[in-house]
Write a protein that binds this ligand. Sequence first.
Ligand SMILES: [Zn+2]
Length: 243
Amino acid sequence: MATYETEAIVLRTIRFSEADNIVSLLTLERGRVAAIAKGARRPKSRLGGRLQPGVRVNLTLHQGRGDLHGIRGAAPVEPNAGLWVESYRLLAASAVLETAMRALPEDEPSEGAYNLTARALALLARTPPGSGPARLDPVVLGFRTKLLVAIGFLPQLAGCVSCGADVAATAFSARMGGTLCDDCAGVGDYVGAHVLDALRQLLGAPLAEAAPMQRSVAEGVEHLVGALLMEHLGVTLKSAPSL
Ligand SMILES: [Zn+2]
């Protein structure tokens, strides 16, 4: 049985037995894993305080015979303390963590997905609170859009994914993975040009440059990205409204 060290982001913690926590981690070395933090809820535990959702840590993990890894040690890398002082930031970070939790497979490391998650949390820890719902924050939407690419799914956002026509798109099909021309719109759903432009912008620009958008546009982007996650991974996000 092996002990190894890795950087990790805490995605979720759940109480387990009297004093332990089960911690869902996104690790750089092994992808998403579940680990047990023994004694993490004892008052003097240093482990517990360092393993809050959204925190980046260096971990010493032990992989035993079962599915659960054991946490032997944790040293802070980036506590993202700014997330805890503002409910808007915390809600936006929760949407990011939930997406990573549900969209990233277990035991499949992805440096791209890891770095993207780390970047999103760092940005949200100092983002000014928006006026709309936190789940529509441009960093959250940019994160979800780029995560699709990091896990190997790039939506086609030029021309028609059905007939190949090189014309302006008016519709979108999550099943076919891209935009549709007017003639083929029937196999998808009509989508406003502003929504498609916003999606292209989020894909093309660095996450730090994800620009605020009108609420109806943000909701349109959320809908499209949610439909793609649903179609290609079978994932439904709790923090998103039902499609
Ligand atoms: Zn077409």
